[in-house]
Design a protein around this ligand. Structure first.
Ligand code: GDG
Length: 472
């Protein structure tokens, strides 16, 4: 029976060593939830790295067997591959380039070669389980070469690809020494999806100028096959966030946190530690706000959660120091005995804590310099059950294309950010509710399940269309 194979860098579980035993911890990420109901069905499969380096063959065999029972298939990566493929080419070459931070990108032939080898390794693992009539859905920038590698082995198989991060404009993308190979890798797909229309336009323009294939209404003809490029804005598991926010446990936590923060208004900021998220710029704006509006001293607290991420990469270590220093400076200057303007947490929390933070925040400050979509802002909206609260959102996040009821800002414009903070903190409740209602209606409808079915339906449509093109 034909099956669906999902391939991503990581599996939706993380392998951990606990008291000498190996243990699988499920991931709470949006993708894992959205695709959860699909990959567990029948003989479908999810292929990816289990999140830990395992070298012993016996141990690897045990893991394979254990995961097969849960519809998963592991790809084992070595220390060197993690360093060169994941931390190196994926996170020090592609990530900065695709987020318009080309000045941070490194171009090293060795990293590129390992990137090619590891994409081939994923291809070999897929080939162990794939049949020609299966559908394969590849995810994200770590696996840009995989669609073409698979196409070579399985010429008629249905292959979809979705990129979760932005696709930069041609002028930025062309800086990559391996630009043509990367595009050709992606073109092995039948359907290529991005979060926004702009990402899709940028991709089509690069394909046109670097590979020489034009496009009509998103269709590219490579000479021997046609494929479609389209946008699919990813949604969240709306019900999950709504129900969690309504639970007694979360209400209890919210009350406890509120009592501890002697503050009338709470501003919330949540991100992984990443330079694309604009954390220092946000802190500088908050500092200027405190300077410009002293009447808010002791009346407002910024609750800032920064989740550790990629701490083996140098740029991330530097960013951590910069954030620590800024928080220290601002708290040092403005704190009183009973009030710290910033409550800073550098760790990750369970969903219930996150949900209590969302519930209690009067303002969510989501101001990335660049973000493929950004799910935090959507989760905030879904958690505001009484419909109060204001979302300040960067124009540079994919989500801003859908959430036009948010207060949209340019994250480089510190004055605009300060004044928007003031507007948000003084916004009348009926206006807050009006904006929130609109955003909730849209996010409830365009949720993660809608996103999955839109992509899968379009992929089937492409296959039908290709057949009719071939016969006319
Ligand atoms: C990439 C793209 C795109 C955060 N802290 C905790 C925690 N989180 C969860 C949030 C949210 C997720 O992590 C972060 O998602 P984002 O979308 O904001 O950002 P990236 O991780 O950069 O994701 C992005 C996304 O892919 C999907 O396509 O939107 O643009 O960069 O779900 O809730 N979860 C828990 N504890 C924490 O402390 N449990």
């Amino acid at each position: 029976m034909a099956k669906l194979i999902i391939v991503s860098n990581r599996l939706p579980v993380k392998l951990q060593e606990k008291e000498g035993r190996l243990d699988f911890k499920p991931s709470e990420g949006g993708l894992a939830t959205g695709l959860g109901s699909i990959y567990k069905k029948k003989n479908n499969l999810w292929i990816g790295w289990p999140g830990m380096v395992v070298e012993e063959t016996d141990q690897q065999e045990d893991i394979v067997e254990n995961l097969h029972g849960q519809n998963m298939h592991p790809v084992f990566l070595t220390e060197k591959e993690i360093k060169e493929f994941y931390e190196g080419f994926s996170n020090e070459t592609l990530w900065p380039t695709f987020h318009y931070f080309s000045q941070y990108a490194i171009y090293e032939q060795q990293l590129w070669e390992t990137y090619v080898e590891v994409n081939q390794k994923y291809c070999d693992e897929v080939m162990k389980v794939a049949e020609p009539d299966d559908t394969i859905w590849v995810h994200d920038y770590q696996l840009l070469l995989l669609p073409s590698m698979l196409r070579e082995k399985l010429p008629d198989t249905t292959i979809g690809f979705f990129q979760h991060i932005p696709f930069p404009s041609y002028e930025v993308f062309r800086l990559l020494p391996w630009r043509k190979e990367l595009l050709e890798g992606m073109l092995g797909s039948d359907l290529i999806g991005f979060h926004t229309y702009d990402d899709m336009r940028h991709f089509l323009s690069s394909v046109n100028r670097l590979v020489g294939h034009g496009s009509t209404h998103g269709w590219i003809n490579t000479g021997n096959r046609s494929l479609l490029v389209d946008s699919f804005p990813m949604g969240i598991d709306y019900e999950k966030y709504e129900q969690t926010a309504d639970s007694e446990e979360v209400k209890k936590r919210e009350k406890m946190y509120r009592n501890n923060l002697h503050s009338k208004k709470i501003i919330l900021s949540i991100d992984r530690l990443d330079y694309s998220k604009g954390i220092p710029q946000r802190l500088q704006a908050f500092e200027l706000f405190l300077k410009r509006y002293p009447e808010f001293h002791e009346k407002v607290t910024l609750v800032m959660l920064v989740v550790p991420s990629r701490d083996a990469v140098e740029k991330y270590k530097e960013l951590k120091e910069e954030v620590d220093e800024l928080v220290g400076r601002i708290n040092g200057e403005y704190s009183h005995m009973n009030w710290n303007p910033i409550q800073y947490f550098y760790r990750s929390y369970p969903l219930e804590t996150l949900s209590a933070f969302y519930r209690m925040a009067d303002v969510a400050l989501v101001t990335p310099m660049r973000d493929g979509m950004n799910l935090v802002c959507k989760e905030y909206v879904a958690s505001k059950l009484d419909q109060t609260g204001v979302l300040i959102l960067s124009e540079m996040a994919g989500a801003s294309k859908e959430l036009s009821e948010a207060l949209l800002i340019n994250p480089n414009d510190i004055n605009q950010l300060v004044e928007t903070l003031h507007t948000a903190l003084t916004m009348p409740e009926d206006m807050q509710k009006q904006h929130m209602q609109h955003m909730q209606d849209s996010l409830r409808r365009y949720n993660i399940h809608h996103w999955v079915s839109m992509f899968m339906d379009r992929l089937s449509y492409v296959k039908i269309k290709q057949l009719s093109m071939a016969t006319t």
